[in-house]
Design a protein around this ligand. Sequence first.
Ligand code: FES
Ligand code: FES
Length: 181
Amino acid sequence: MNTELTINGESTTLSAPRDADLATALRHNGYTGVKCGCDGGECGASKVLIDGQAKMACGTTVEEVDGGEIVTIEGLGTQRDLHPIQQAFVDHFAVQCGFCTPGMIIQAVELLEEEPSPTEEQIREALSDNYCRCTGYQKPVEAIQDAAERLQDDPTVVADGGVAETNDEPSRTGTEHTTGE
Ligand code: FES
Ligand code: FES
């Protein structure tokens, strides 16, 4: 069964059963930056933007997003031109294995759109359902604080959902650290 929706700014036909969970469907359609790290709804690794809201794709059916707008980590920046939040995670060494990183960055996009100058407490609250088994949370928090400052100079990057205007990469794998299989 095919479902029509917009993924990373492009009209897309998603090939998946209507009752399939969105995380699995996206991965089977090449968006492997979406991670599945738990039995569902616990770890935050599968977060994507659904109509601008960061949600766990594993807890959403394909049918629920029919006609909607999805942004995955692949839609933010390219390997040569990272989104400012991605770049801040790199600069602050906020990535270790990278499994949790797509979900954290997607959550950060939503946070910084709603609150461009979040406090540390607000950042930690936003990440409260994003679990990391490697780095802990200090460096991701610092990265998001820095990204907030960087985005003050170019708030449209967040306001448009963060979708890269020209993704010149040959695959949908996004950055090496954020989208490993
Ligand atoms: S796989 Fe979706 S929250 Fe863990
Ligand atoms: S960097 Fe490995 S789980 Fe977060």
